[in-house]
Design a protein around this ligand. Structure first.
Ligand SMILES: [Zn+2]
Length: 193
């Protein structure tokens, strides 16, 4: 989920990155689409964001700062570059915020981790994203995080294939585009030589 969140800045490394989180409603929709919050929580947050746009905007700005911190860390890992300390600090402070809301909830004689939230807490979507990023970074799955091999995409994805040799975020989309590109550049070279 935190990788999908990083991908909400589309075409990240091109000259024209596309921002998909333009207002708080976009962030609430992301939370809804990824099952981060319940429908009821999302509805409530959307209504509240109309009533208190300034506080909603502050939460959106924090969400984007968190996204960029996660992005800096994970791309540094994927590309084997030095870790950005400021980004790690920012993620850590988000994780600490998130854990203040963490609680155990009994489910049939067992327990699950849950977040205690007021229905109108604008920052609630950030808690799960921060925890998800922390869990991924501290897990063995981290080595299977890759950036899509198509240079106009570079979306992050978790490669859960058997041999862990997946190269594209989506075979039908980027895999095909990469093949078409190779085909044209080969033909172009053949035509010019
Ligand atoms: Zn891709």
């Amino acid at each position: 989920m935190c990788l999908d969140f990083v991908n909400t800045l589309d075409d990240r490394f091109t000259d024209h990155p596309k921002e998909l989180l333009n207002d708080y409603v976009d962030l609430a929709r992301f939370a809804e689409d990824t099952g981060t919050l319940s429908d009821q929580q999302v509805d409530r947050l959307m209504t509240r964001s109309m009533q208190d746009p300034e506080e909603a905007e502050r939460a959106l700005e924090s969400a984007i700062r968190l996204r960029e911190a996660i992005s800096n860390i994970i791309y540094a890992v994927v590309r084997k570059r030095p870790l950005p300390a400021a980004s790690l600090n920012l993620l850590n402070s988000n994780v600490q915020d998130a854990f203040q809301h963490l609680a155990l909830m009994p489910v049939k004689r067992q327990f699950v981790w849950t977040f205690e939230m007021r229905l109108d807490d604008f920052f609630a979507p950030l808690w799960k994203i921060a925890r998800d990023a922390a869990e991924l970074l501290a897990s063995e799955r981290l080595e299977f995080v890759h950036a899509c091999a198509l240079n106009t995409c570079e979306w992050l994805f978790l490669d859960e294939s058997k041999n862990h040799r997946r190269r594209w975020c989506d075979m039908t989309k980027c895999g095909n585009r990469a093949k078409v590109k190779r085909f044209y550049s080969r033909n172009k070279k053949a035509a010019t030589s």
